[in-house]
Design a protein around this ligand. Structure first.
Ligand code: NAD
Length: 325
């Protein structure tokens, strides 16, 4: 039986990844600052601890592990990442997790590690035109991410690559593009656009208006978490050791995305665009490399994926209403 450690296993993608590894027959240890918000934990061992502390990392990274998945990061949606208020935490906390985990992997001679980077590391100058963003893997340099979150991801990608080069550790790096789905944060300030839009639509009365940050023309692509986990597992099983995009190529403007969710809800809802943290004007995954190297591409449309998520968030909103009555 293979043994894996999932750092950030109490988080959204981490929780789904643990479930997938268990389905595949792995023994799994998870480490996180907190338990999974929605009780989505299938780990054999769940340790609540802080990976910024090297002593903790010494204990959780053990010689018997076959693989480590490093997803722990101080992160959130635009309201957390793009305001500037959390920049020092984002850089300090996430970099420490990566530095500690990787050094311990070296000491314990663990062979393989996965690192979750982000599309936020791509340069802002290639993402000014909402209709033609460029996010091919080879467009990363000259570097100019638009957030400190993106800079930390870029630094850590390079850190992992140095450990591969100098210590022979097998490193797999994915640049995730807007992953969403059930069992993800949907309120509280760290939620990302798909969950925030689903929540707003689920909460609003028929005939009401929801607020959408920015002018609504900014474009993105979004990927359902199950598809993301499939990509991660394929990457881990492959020999491909360079950073690669894991995302969808189905680009949509934020207002059209909101309209899609409104349509799914069956309600009549208007959109009011307001000032708010927005990020780059355009971003889309470029899947040519991952298709070529791993034969991976998303299987579901955005509409099918967001419908599953909307239904789940609607349930959460209704549960919350019952509690507050
Ligand atoms: P998440 O916030 O749900 O998961 C991250 C987890 O890391 C959280 O549970 C958090 O408690 C944990 N963590 C943070 N600091 C820690 C510490 N010091 N010690 C232990 N645990 C700690 O986020 P997610 O959406 O599941 O993202 C997982 C990874 O994927 C992150 O590295 C994120 O940057 C990356 N990523 C996500 C997306 C996305 O759209 N969700 C996009 C690009 C990259």
């Amino acid at each position: 039986m293979k043994k894996a450690l999932v750092c950030g296993g109490g988080g959204f993608i981490g929780g789904h990844l643990v479930s997938r590894l268990k389905e595949e027959g792995y023994w799994v240890r998870s480490v996180d600052l907190k338990e999974n918000e929605f009780g989505n934990d299938k780990s054999d061992e769940f340790i609540i601890s802080d990976l910024r502390d090297p002593k903790v990392v010494q204990d959780v990274v053990t010689e018997d592990l076959d693989e480590v998945y490093q997803l722990a990061a101080d992160m959130g949606g635009a309201g957390f990442v793009f305001t500037g208020d959390n920049d020092s935490d984002i850089m300090h906390n996430s970099a420490l997790c990566n530095l500690n985990v990787l050094e311990e992997i070296r000491k314990k001679r663990v062979k393989k590690v996965f690192y979750s980077s982000s599309a936020c590391m791509y340069p802002e100058y290639n993402q000014m035109d909402p209709d033609n963003p460029k996010c091919s893997e080879d467009s990363a340099y000259p570097a100019a991410p638009d957030s400190e979150y993106g800079w930390e991801k870029l630094f850590s990608e390079r850190l992992y690559l140095t450990y591969a080069r100098n210590h022979g550790i097998e490193v797999r790096i994915a640049r995730f593009h807007n992953i969403f789905g059930p069992l993800g944060t949907w309120d509280g300030g760290r939620e990302k656009a798909p969950a925030a839009l689903c929540r707003k639509v689920a909460q609003i009365e028929d005939g009401g208006t929801i607020e959408v940050w920015g002018d609504g023309k900014q474009t993105r692509s979004f990927l359902l978490v199950d598809e993301c986990v499939e990509g991660v597992r394929r990457l881990m099983e492959s020999n491909f050791s360079e950073p690669v995009n894991i995302g969808s190529e189905e680009m949509i403007s934020i207002n059209d995305f909101a309209k899609m969710i409104i349509d799914i809800s069956g309600k009549t809802v208007s959109i009011k665009n307001i000032e708010g943290p927005r990020g780059v004007m355009g971003r889309n995954s470029d899947n040519r490399l991952i298709k070529e190297k791993l034969g991976w591409e998303p299987q579901m449309t955005l509409r099918e994926s967001i419908e599953i998520t909307y239904r789940w968030i609607l349930e959460q909103v209704e549960k919350q209403k019952l509690i507050s009555v």
